[in-house]
Design a protein around this ligand. Structure first.
Ligand code: PMP
Length: 285
Protein backbone atom coordinates (compact mmCIF):
# COMPACT_ATOMS: atom_id res chain seq x y z
CA UNK A 1 0.00 0.00 0.00
CA UNK A 2 1.17 3.49 -0.84
CA UNK A 3 0.59 6.13 1.83
CA UNK A 4 0.95 9.90 1.85
CA UNK A 5 3.18 11.60 4.44
CA UNK A 6 3.97 15.32 4.37
CA UNK A 7 4.15 15.75 0.61
CA UNK A 8 5.45 12.29 -0.34
CA UNK A 9 3.82 9.13 -1.61
CA UNK A 10 5.77 6.21 -0.12
CA UNK A 11 5.29 2.48 0.55
CA UNK A 12 3.75 2.15 4.02
CA UNK A 13 6.86 0.54 5.52
CA UNK A 14 8.93 3.59 4.55
CA UNK A 15 6.59 6.18 6.08
CA UNK A 16 8.19 7.98 9.03
CA UNK A 17 6.99 10.46 11.68
CA UNK A 18 9.13 12.04 14.41
CA UNK A 19 8.83 10.68 17.97
CA UNK A 20 8.42 14.35 19.01
CA UNK A 21 5.32 14.75 16.88
CA UNK A 22 2.61 16.17 19.16
CA UNK A 23 0.10 13.78 17.65
CA UNK A 24 2.14 10.90 19.08
CA UNK A 25 3.02 12.51 22.43
CA UNK A 26 -0.19 14.39 23.21
CA UNK A 27 -2.93 13.24 20.84
CA UNK A 28 -2.67 16.81 19.52
CA UNK A 29 -4.27 16.06 16.21
CA UNK A 30 -7.51 15.72 14.29
CA UNK A 31 -8.72 13.34 11.63
CA UNK A 32 -11.37 12.56 9.04
CA UNK A 33 -12.49 9.30 7.45
CA UNK A 34 -14.03 9.53 3.99
CA UNK A 35 -15.75 6.55 2.41
CA UNK A 36 -14.96 5.36 -1.11
CA UNK A 37 -17.63 3.52 -3.09
CA UNK A 38 -16.91 2.42 -6.63
CA UNK A 39 -13.69 4.45 -6.56
CA UNK A 40 -15.52 7.69 -5.74
CA UNK A 41 -15.58 9.81 -2.58
CA UNK A 42 -18.74 10.15 -0.47
CA UNK A 43 -19.45 13.68 0.82
CA UNK A 44 -15.84 14.88 0.55
CA UNK A 45 -16.93 18.52 0.94
CA UNK A 46 -18.67 17.69 4.24
CA UNK A 47 -15.56 16.03 5.63
CA UNK A 48 -13.37 18.96 4.58
CA UNK A 49 -15.74 21.46 6.20
CA UNK A 50 -15.59 19.51 9.49
CA UNK A 51 -11.79 19.22 9.23
CA UNK A 52 -11.58 23.00 8.99
CA UNK A 53 -13.85 23.34 12.01
CA UNK A 54 -11.68 20.94 14.05
CA UNK A 55 -8.47 22.70 13.02
CA UNK A 56 -9.90 26.14 13.84
CA UNK A 57 -11.10 24.96 17.27
CA UNK A 58 -7.55 23.92 18.13
CA UNK A 59 -5.77 26.90 16.49
CA UNK A 60 -4.07 24.45 14.18
CA UNK A 61 -2.73 25.38 10.78
CA UNK A 62 -4.31 23.73 7.74
CA UNK A 63 -1.75 21.39 6.15
CA UNK A 64 -2.97 22.02 2.59
CA UNK A 65 -5.86 23.55 0.69
CA UNK A 66 -9.02 21.59 -0.10
CA UNK A 67 -8.09 21.13 -3.77
CA UNK A 68 -4.76 19.64 -2.81
CA UNK A 69 -6.38 17.34 -0.24
CA UNK A 70 -8.87 16.18 -2.87
CA UNK A 71 -5.99 15.42 -5.23
CA UNK A 72 -4.22 13.39 -2.53
CA UNK A 73 -7.40 11.39 -1.86
CA UNK A 74 -7.82 10.70 -5.58
CA UNK A 75 -4.14 9.82 -6.07
CA UNK A 76 -4.31 7.26 -3.26
CA UNK A 77 -7.54 5.73 -4.57
CA UNK A 78 -5.83 5.30 -7.95
CA UNK A 79 -2.44 4.13 -6.69
CA UNK A 80 -3.95 1.59 -4.29
CA UNK A 81 -6.76 0.59 -6.67
CA UNK A 82 -9.40 1.21 -4.02
CA UNK A 83 -12.86 0.32 -5.24
CA UNK A 84 -14.74 0.24 -1.90
CA UNK A 85 -13.02 1.37 1.27
CA UNK A 86 -11.99 4.25 3.46
CA UNK A 87 -9.51 7.10 3.33
CA UNK A 88 -8.05 8.13 6.66
CA UNK A 89 -6.61 11.65 6.93
CA UNK A 90 -4.81 12.89 10.03
CA UNK A 91 -3.37 16.29 10.79
CA UNK A 92 -1.24 16.79 13.90
CA UNK A 93 0.44 19.90 15.22
CA UNK A 94 3.75 18.45 14.13
CA UNK A 95 7.20 18.23 15.63
CA UNK A 96 8.36 21.22 17.68
CA UNK A 97 11.67 19.41 18.40
CA UNK A 98 11.00 18.70 22.06
CA UNK A 99 8.15 17.86 24.43
CA UNK A 100 6.31 20.86 25.85
CA UNK A 101 2.70 21.43 26.95
CA UNK A 102 2.58 24.84 25.28
CA UNK A 103 1.85 24.86 21.58
CA UNK A 104 4.94 25.62 19.48
CA UNK A 105 5.33 29.29 18.52
CA UNK A 106 3.84 30.04 15.11
CA UNK A 107 6.22 29.10 12.33
CA UNK A 108 8.33 26.71 14.43
CA UNK A 109 6.44 23.49 13.70
CA UNK A 110 4.62 22.55 10.53
CA UNK A 111 1.53 20.36 10.76
CA UNK A 112 2.04 16.69 9.95
CA UNK A 113 -0.31 15.35 7.29
CA UNK A 114 -0.78 11.62 6.90
CA UNK A 115 -3.30 10.04 4.52
CA UNK A 116 -3.80 6.32 3.89
CA UNK A 117 -6.42 4.02 2.40
CA UNK A 118 -8.15 0.91 3.72
CA UNK A 119 -9.75 -1.34 1.13
CA UNK A 120 -13.09 -2.83 2.25
CA UNK A 121 -14.53 -4.82 -0.64
CA UNK A 122 -18.33 -4.91 -0.56
CA UNK A 123 -18.50 -2.19 2.12
CA UNK A 124 -22.05 -1.16 1.22
CA UNK A 125 -23.30 -4.75 1.25
CA UNK A 126 -22.32 -5.43 4.87
CA UNK A 127 -24.07 -8.60 6.16
CA UNK A 128 -24.12 -6.99 9.64
CA UNK A 129 -26.69 -4.52 8.33
CA UNK A 130 -29.09 -7.42 7.67
CA UNK A 131 -28.74 -8.77 11.21
CA UNK A 132 -28.42 -5.43 13.00
CA UNK A 133 -26.15 -4.56 15.90
CA UNK A 134 -26.42 -5.36 19.57
CA UNK A 135 -25.26 -2.50 21.79
CA UNK A 136 -24.50 -2.15 25.47
CA UNK A 137 -24.53 1.08 27.47
CA UNK A 138 -21.46 2.46 29.24
CA UNK A 139 -20.79 5.77 31.00
CA UNK A 140 -19.42 8.47 28.72
CA UNK A 141 -16.00 9.18 30.21
CA UNK A 142 -14.58 11.19 27.29
CA UNK A 143 -13.50 14.82 27.42
CA UNK A 144 -15.98 17.67 26.94
CA UNK A 145 -15.21 18.77 23.37
CA UNK A 146 -16.46 15.78 21.44
CA UNK A 147 -17.45 18.07 18.59
CA UNK A 148 -13.75 18.34 17.72
CA UNK A 149 -12.70 15.19 15.87
CA UNK A 150 -9.44 14.56 17.72
CA UNK A 151 -7.29 11.42 17.64
CA UNK A 152 -7.83 10.83 21.40
CA UNK A 153 -9.69 7.58 20.82
CA UNK A 154 -8.65 5.53 23.83
CA UNK A 155 -11.98 5.61 25.66
CA UNK A 156 -13.98 4.79 22.52
CA UNK A 157 -11.54 1.88 21.95
CA UNK A 158 -12.10 0.70 25.51
CA UNK A 159 -15.85 0.98 24.91
CA UNK A 160 -15.60 -1.15 21.77
CA UNK A 161 -13.71 -3.78 23.75
CA UNK A 162 -16.28 -3.72 26.56
CA UNK A 163 -18.95 -4.31 23.91
CA UNK A 164 -17.03 -7.21 22.37
CA UNK A 165 -16.48 -8.83 25.75
CA UNK A 166 -20.23 -8.58 26.38
CA UNK A 167 -20.94 -10.25 23.03
CA UNK A 168 -22.24 -6.99 21.54
CA UNK A 169 -21.20 -4.94 18.51
CA UNK A 170 -20.86 -1.48 20.01
CA UNK A 171 -21.43 0.64 23.11
CA UNK A 172 -23.74 3.62 23.52
CA UNK A 173 -22.30 6.14 25.92
CA UNK A 174 -24.49 7.71 28.58
CA UNK A 175 -23.99 11.02 30.37
CA UNK A 176 -26.35 12.55 32.97
CA UNK A 177 -28.84 9.81 32.15
CA UNK A 178 -28.95 10.44 28.40
CA UNK A 179 -27.30 8.69 25.46
CA UNK A 180 -24.62 10.83 23.86
CA UNK A 181 -23.51 8.63 20.93
CA UNK A 182 -21.91 5.31 19.96
CA UNK A 183 -18.15 4.74 20.17
CA UNK A 184 -17.77 5.89 16.56
CA UNK A 185 -21.27 6.74 15.38
CA UNK A 186 -24.34 8.83 16.13
CA UNK A 187 -27.31 7.14 17.84
CA UNK A 188 -31.02 7.24 16.94
CA UNK A 189 -34.30 5.70 18.02
CA UNK A 190 -37.62 5.54 16.18
CA UNK A 191 -41.00 5.90 17.91
CA UNK A 192 -44.28 5.91 16.00
CA UNK A 193 -42.38 6.64 12.80
CA UNK A 194 -40.60 9.65 14.33
CA UNK A 195 -36.80 9.69 14.25
CA UNK A 196 -35.21 10.88 17.50
CA UNK A 197 -31.53 11.77 17.84
CA UNK A 198 -29.56 13.95 20.21
CA UNK A 199 -29.26 17.62 19.18
CA UNK A 200 -25.87 19.01 18.12
CA UNK A 201 -23.65 20.44 20.88
CA UNK A 202 -20.13 20.02 22.23
CA UNK A 203 -21.24 16.69 23.74
CA UNK A 204 -21.27 14.79 20.43
CA UNK A 205 -19.46 14.67 17.13
CA UNK A 206 -21.38 16.42 14.39
CA UNK A 207 -21.58 13.43 12.08
CA UNK A 208 -21.37 14.05 8.37
CA UNK A 209 -23.61 11.03 7.85
CA UNK A 210 -26.01 12.35 10.51
CA UNK A 211 -26.42 15.62 8.59
CA UNK A 212 -27.08 13.79 5.31
CA UNK A 213 -29.47 11.23 6.83
CA UNK A 214 -31.54 13.87 8.68
CA UNK A 215 -31.76 15.97 5.51
CA UNK A 216 -32.85 12.95 3.45
CA UNK A 217 -35.35 11.89 6.12
CA UNK A 218 -36.95 15.33 6.12
CA UNK A 219 -37.01 15.38 2.32
CA UNK A 220 -38.85 12.04 2.47
CA UNK A 221 -41.45 13.67 4.80
CA UNK A 222 -40.27 11.69 7.82
CA UNK A 223 -40.55 13.41 11.19
CA UNK A 224 -37.30 14.22 12.97
CA UNK A 225 -36.92 15.28 16.59
CA UNK A 226 -33.48 16.41 17.80
CA UNK A 227 -33.36 15.82 21.55
CA UNK A 228 -31.63 13.55 24.07
CA UNK A 229 -33.12 10.14 24.97
CA UNK A 230 -32.44 7.60 27.72
CA UNK A 231 -31.51 3.93 27.47
CA UNK A 232 -34.93 3.06 28.91
CA UNK A 233 -36.70 5.06 26.19
CA UNK A 234 -34.49 3.40 23.57
CA UNK A 235 -35.30 -0.08 24.90
CA UNK A 236 -39.00 0.72 24.57
CA UNK A 237 -38.61 2.21 21.07
CA UNK A 238 -39.89 0.59 17.87
CA UNK A 239 -36.40 0.59 16.37
CA UNK A 240 -32.95 2.06 16.68
CA UNK A 241 -29.93 2.65 14.48
CA UNK A 242 -26.58 4.38 14.24
CA UNK A 243 -24.91 6.34 11.46
CA UNK A 244 -21.29 6.87 10.45
CA UNK A 245 -19.32 7.35 7.26
CA UNK A 246 -18.21 3.71 7.25
CA UNK A 247 -21.32 1.98 8.69
CA UNK A 248 -23.78 4.22 6.76
CA UNK A 249 -27.12 3.53 8.49
CA UNK A 250 -26.70 0.48 10.76
CA UNK A 251 -29.80 -0.95 12.44
CA UNK A 252 -29.60 -1.67 16.19
CA UNK A 253 -31.71 -4.61 17.35
CA UNK A 254 -30.75 -5.06 20.99
CA UNK A 255 -29.81 -2.66 23.81
CA UNK A 256 -28.35 -4.02 27.07
CA UNK A 257 -29.88 -7.42 26.34
CA UNK A 258 -33.36 -6.05 25.54
CA UNK A 259 -34.59 -6.85 22.04
CA UNK A 260 -36.31 -4.09 20.09
CA UNK A 261 -39.53 -5.18 18.39
CA UNK A 262 -39.03 -8.63 16.86
CA UNK A 263 -35.22 -8.29 17.04
CA UNK A 264 -34.72 -7.64 13.34
CA UNK A 265 -33.78 -4.35 11.58
CA UNK A 266 -36.73 -1.98 11.47
CA UNK A 267 -38.37 -0.52 8.35
CA UNK A 268 -37.28 3.09 9.02
CA UNK A 269 -33.61 2.12 9.45
CA UNK A 270 -33.71 -0.10 6.36
CA UNK A 271 -35.37 2.60 4.27
CA UNK A 272 -32.92 5.28 5.44
CA UNK A 273 -29.99 3.01 4.65
CA UNK A 274 -31.28 2.51 1.10
CA UNK A 275 -32.01 6.21 0.59
CA UNK A 276 -28.62 7.22 2.02
CA UNK A 277 -26.62 4.75 -0.10
CA UNK A 278 -28.57 5.68 -3.20
CA UNK A 279 -28.04 9.41 -2.70
CA UNK A 280 -24.36 8.95 -1.73
CA UNK A 281 -23.62 7.07 -4.93
CA UNK A 282 -25.41 9.71 -6.98
CA UNK A 283 -23.46 12.62 -5.48
CA UNK A 284 -20.04 10.94 -5.01
CA UNK A 285 -17.09 12.64 -6.70
N1 PMP B 1 -19.57 10.06 16.64
C1 PMP B 1 -18.30 9.66 16.86
C2 PMP B 1 -17.78 9.68 18.26
C3 PMP B 1 -17.50 9.22 15.78
O1 PMP B 1 -16.24 8.83 16.00
C4 PMP B 1 -18.06 9.18 14.48
C5 PMP B 1 -17.27 8.67 13.31
N2 PMP B 1 -16.17 9.46 13.04
C6 PMP B 1 -19.38 9.61 14.29
C7 PMP B 1 -20.11 10.04 15.41
C8 PMP B 1 -20.02 9.62 12.95
O2 PMP B 1 -19.51 10.65 12.14
P1 PMP B 1 -19.49 10.56 10.57
O3 PMP B 1 -20.90 10.33 10.14
O4 PMP B 1 -18.99 11.88 10.14
O5 PMP B 1 -18.61 9.43 10.21
Amino acid sequence: RIVYVNGDYVPEEEAKISIFDRGFLMADGVYEVTTVLGGRLIDFAGHMARLKRSLDALDMEAPAGEDELLQIHRDLVTRNEVDDGLIYLQVTRGNPGDRDFAYPAPGTARPTLVVFTQSKPGLADNPAARAGWKVISIPDLRWGRRDIKTVQLLYPSMGKMMAKKAGADDAWMVEDGFVTEGTSNNAYIVRDGRIITRHLSQEILHGITRAAVLRLAREAQMEVEERPFTIEEAQAADEAFVTSASAFVMPVVEIDGVRLGDGTPGPVARRLRDIYLDESLKTAI
